[in-house]
Design a protein around this ligand. Structure first.
Ligand code: GUN
Ligand code: ZN
Length: 443
């Protein structure tokens, strides 16, 4: 995996201990089976200067720790790495639950007008603060986020994440055709503004920049080439876009790019595939596309809630896995209907059921944590409790609702409890979220 120097992180308390049932992943349960999971039913997690120092059985660690060290006591709760949302749109927070349309008409009728409001920096700032608070309230500590075409919308989100010490990826949307005039840039202004934002934000604190061509239908050839050029020039940048989501959108992209073999081939021809490129949806891809994604290291974001809500189609996780593609989970607000990764995992299960596939609960929580980190090439920093990782975590309460509490009583294994959580759980289950060890949200 990637290895980069680890700068010191801001953390008010040099040493912090948390106690509870600790669960995290050492690898993909689909490959490693039970060896993929590390669990301490009564465990202690030791955080030093914002990073994981050690974890193990409480009885063992407590005997060695200073007697006066305060301990965050979450006994009776599950402590997991913070969730990683690999695809969402902060500027669509007010679009959630917009009635009656499929992708292309939904974009025109609801989404573009909502994004146009982000020309106002005050509106963007307020939405960014709300959105980051929602992430934390839902146990999500890292997200890969679309801003809007407005540079100031990117500033607003980076500032909100920086204030909360979050690890977050975002970028200015690039779109220079087939969209309302107020939301249109050009290849030149798109390049200039992206460069300025990269200079201002990329690698600052925990923030990373993503080149963000919305989808090939709204970028000219020149803009697609420009995005690829910047992607190649700047080390460590991400590139995010949408891929083969719905039938009419796929047909439109095919008509706009008659020389491309497939939707994915458009990105390939412009040089946009590679490590740290992340594509939402990928419903209408074929095995040749899958092989190409795996070979180039490009990732898919599976957005089940969005795909159900817009009626886009069913994502084939089994085939993506067989091809060896990196896959994470995306809420895709506002086509997705919940910020909660628990609810999104519940939807993922149902989408796979419709195809005769079963999403094992261990695999689901792997995808929402370490799998997401791997798809974003951030697994050397977040996604697990391996020593040295940034101590972002979520504390889950399996007693949060009467029905969940009742169902949990009948569970005898961790897998059964995780499945009950992803089927019945939501934001109410998030007892606390810690960023770099520090509480960032508590119920
Ligand atoms: N394709 C292009 N833009 C979007 C968007 O904002 N949401 C979704 N779901 N698909 C898109
Ligand atoms: Zn999206």
């Amino acid at each position: 995996m990637t290895s980069t120097p680890m700068p010191p992180l801001p953390s008010p308390r040099p040493l912090r201990a948390l106690r509870g049932e600790i669960v995290h992943f050492l690898g993909d349960p689909a490959e490693l089976g039970a060896r993929a999971i590390e669990q301490f039913t009564d465990g202690v997690l030791l955080v030093q200067d914002g990073r994981i120092a050690e974890l193990g059985p409480a009885a063992e660690l407590l005997a060695r720790l200073p007697a006066d060290l305060p301990i965050d006591d979450y006994r009776g709760h599950l402590i997991l790495p913070g969730f990683i949302d690999t695809h969402t749109h902060y500027a669509q927070i007010d679009v959630v639950a917009s009635y009656g349309e499929q992708l292309l008409t939904w974009l025109q009728k609801y989404t573009f007008p909502a994004e146009a409001r982000f020309a106002d920096p005050q509106h963007a700032s307020a939405a960014a603060a709300f959105f980051c608070n929602e992430l934390l309230r839902n146990g999500t500590t890292t997200a890969c986020v679309f801003a809007t075409v407005h540079s100031s919308s990117v500033d607003a989100l980076f500032m909100a994440a920086q204030r909360r010490n979050m690890r977050l990826i975002t970028g200015k949307v690039l779109m220079d055709r087939n969209c309302p005039p107020g939301l249109r840039d050009t290849a030149e202004t798109g390049e200039l503004e992206s460069r300025q934002l990269i200079e201002r934000w990329h690698g600052r604190d925990r923030l990373l920049y993503a080149l963000t061509p919305r989808f090939p239908a709204t970028s000219s050839d020149g803009q697609m080439r420009m995005a690829a050029r910047l992607f190649a020039q700047h080390p460590g940048l991400h590139l995010q876009s949408h891929l083969a989501e719905s039938r009419s959108e796929i047909d439109w992209v095919a008509a706009l790019y008659p020389h491309a073999r497939s939707y994915l081939d458009v990105f390939a021809q412009f040089g946009q595939l590679g490590p740290r490129s992340v594509f939402a949806h990928g419903i209408g891809i074929d095995d040749e596309d899958r092989a190409r994604m795996a070979a180039t290291g490009a990732a898919l974001s599976f957005c089940p809630s969005s795909n159900l809500f817009l009626g886009s189609g069913l994502f084939d996780l089994e085939r993506a896995g067989e091809a060896g593609i990196r896959v994470g989970i995306g809420t895709d607000i506002g086509a997705g209907t919940s910020v909660s990764m628990l609810r999104t995992l519940g939807d993922a299960y149902k989408v796979l059921q419709l195809q005769g596939q079963s999403l094992a609960p261990e695999r689901a929580f792997y995808l929402a944590t370490l799998g997401g980190a791997r798809s974003l090439y951030l697994d050397d920093r977040v996604g697990s409790f391996a020593a040295g990782r940034e101590a972002d975590l979520t504390v889950l309460d399996t007693q949060a609702t009467p029905l969940l509490a009742r169902r949990i009583e009948t569970c005898s294994t961790l897998a059964e409890r995780l499945f009950a959580l992803m089927t019945l759980g939501d934001d109410r289950c998030v007892r606390a979220t810690h960023i770099l060890g520090e509480p960032a949200w508590q119920r």
